[in-house]
Design a protein around this ligand. Structure first.
Ligand code: IPE
Ligand code: IPE
Ligand code: MG
Length: 246
């Protein structure tokens, strides 16, 4: 795709969030184990990152493992954790060379030690980079995030730092995981499912949703461009009427 003529590079979303869904169904269609789908899914992450960097996206958030995903069969959970460790370890140098800054959101204390250590090392190694920020949502759920934000705010009230009048939208945002990062303008979910599955409930208050039937391992650079083109044809009114936007 000739992105220079099809995408308005001055109106690219700064932050794109992705719910990567359909690895298991993709594998089943090939007569393979679910874990095979997850490993090919890593290729799709690579391609998406390349495409997003090319058009100038600044923040790319991937939903990689939800709090609810611990309920999957133990072998799949173990396989996913192993894949995470291996992938982070093998990709970190290339990410670093390409100016990628890695960030994570979610309860990383709840991850297996090797996974947490690999992740923390990669975050530290890439922390000065600023070409693009890749945010990995790992052991993440929105209700967990909101709950821990409420606890931090309650503690501030208890110790007298603020009173209840001090609770503002800004204060709440600052206790969320993505503080200082703009809310996603565009959220993409693959595999035909049309739900948030406990992802970024606060941050997606005004996000544009794009659903595609493509299964995550089949998601290619052009699929990202298609989503961005679709986004660029929408009118984001933020409560106003069309005429006020011109
Ligand atoms: C998404 O693919 C990956 C994770 C949730 C880790 P799935 O594993 O959910 O694939 P389906 O939805 O079963 O096809
Ligand atoms: C959402 O996918 C979580 C991730 C992509 C990591 P799921 O496949 O777990 O979502 P549900 O359970 O079908 O809603
Ligand atoms: Mg799924």
């Amino acid at each position: 795709m000739n992105i220079e003529t099809t995408i308005d590079l001055t109106k690219v979303p700064q932050h794109v969030a992705l719910i990567m869904d359909g690895n298991g169904r993709w594998a089943k269609k090939q007569g393979q184990e679910r874990l095979f789908g997850h490993s090919i899914g890593v290729e799709a992450i690579r391609g998406t990152l390349k495409a997003a960097t090319r058009i100038g996206v600044k923040y790319l958030t991937f939903y990689a493992f939800s709090t609810e995903n611990w309920s999957r069969p133990q072998a799949e959970v173990d396989g996913l954790m192993n894949l995470m460790v291996k992938t982070i370890a093998s990709e970190v140098d290339e990410l670093n060379t390409n100016g990628v800054r890695l960030i994570s959101i979610g309860d990383i204390q709840g991850l297996p030690a090797d996974c947490r250590e690999e992740l923390e090392a990669a975050i530290d190694k890439t922390k000065e980079n600023d070409t693009i920020n890749v945010i990995l949502a790992l052991n993440y759920s929105s209700k967990w995030e909101i709950t821990q934000a409420m606890k931090k705010i309650a503690a501030k009230i208890e110790n007298g730092t603020i009173d209840s009048e001090g609770i503002t939208e800004e204060l709440i945002s600052n206790e969320m995981c993505l503080q200082n990062i703009p809310d996603p303008e565009l959220l993409i979910r693959t595999s035909g499912e049309q739900r948030l599955s406990n992802f970024l409930l606060w941050q997606c208050a005004y996000t544009e949703f794009y659903f595609t039937d493509v299964l995550w391992p089949d998601f290619k650079e052009n699929d990202l461009y298609q989503a961005v083109i679709n986004y660029q044809h929408r009118e984001r009114r933020f409560g106003k009427v069309s005429e006020q936007l011109i």
